[in-house]
Design a protein around this ligand. Structure first.
Ligand SMILES: CC(C)(COP(=O)(O)OP(=O)(O)OC[C@H]1O[C@@H](n2cnc3c(N)ncnc32)[C@H](O)[C@@H]1OP(=O)(O)O)[C@@H](O)C(=O)NCCC(=O)NCCS
Length: 180
């Protein structure tokens, strides 16, 4: 049965660190969001890895109980580079700024941990994600031919500096309220 769309008011969404007990919900979202999902083991390894940034977006009312996840993000450091590995938001919570908020928090944490550059790969056909990244100041740098499988497709490699000062045009987007 299709999910009913949640009302845009009343449900506040918070961003916090992902917990091992979130993995059942996150794997569910991963499977519905990607044709080639990460296995549980991949998430477990990243959760244990001190150089990873693993974030969960959850409904505030349920946060204290480790409750309902509406989105997540995984990223890792490669020296001074921060690599965004994955971000997904439950369909009925999309277009409310959840992914934007997750990425902004990732960049904030990455910067604090010494990142100077942020990199990501995106499927060429993934227009929603490309618009999201462009809004946040990422620019296409080059293409990896046939990088993805299921279906085979090119990846666009996108980049932005981690430092907000290098990117004044999107500063006004930061701090936008989420979920109402
Ligand atoms: C891509 C995805 C993460 C976006 O999540 P979201 O929470 O809906 O995104 P946001 O609400 O933060 O969107 C911020 C901006 O991105 C752009 N954007 C997001 N979704 C868009 C869409 N479907 N079409 C056009 N632009 C879109 C818009 O500029 C939007 O700002 P606006 O709503 O003020 O116009 C979500 O669609 C998703 O989970 N997709 C499946 C998984 C995926 O493809 N992940 C990315 C690859 S790793």
């Amino acid at each position: 049965m299709p999910h009913l769309k949640e009302p845009k008011v009343s449900r506040k969404i918070i961003i916090e660190r992902m917990r091992p007990e979130d993995l059942d919900q996150i794997l569910q979202l991963e499977k519905t969001s990607f044709t080639d999902p990460w296995p549980r083991k991949g998430f477990e390894i990243q959760l244990r890895d001190g150089s990873s940034i693993m974030l969960a977006a959850r409904l505030e009312a349920a946060a204290a109980l480790g409750g309902e996840i509406v989105g997540y993000l995984c990223a890792y450091h490669l020296l001074e580079e921060l690599q965004l590995a994955s971000v997904a938001v439950r369909e009925e919570f999309r277009r409310r700024g959840v992914a934007q908020k997750l990425i902004e928090e990732m960049i904030r944490q990455g910067r604090r941990q010494g990142a100077r550059e942020v990199w990501l790969d995106v499927r060429e056909s993934n227009n929603a994600a490309r618009r999201l990244y462009e809004k946040l100041g990422f620019q296409e740098v080059y293409r990896r031919k046939n990088y993805y499988r299921r279906p085979k497709e090119d990846a666009l490699v996108m980049f932005r500096p981690a430092d907000e000062a290098a990117r004044p045009s999107v500063a006004h987007n930061l701090g936008r309220a989420v979920g109402g």
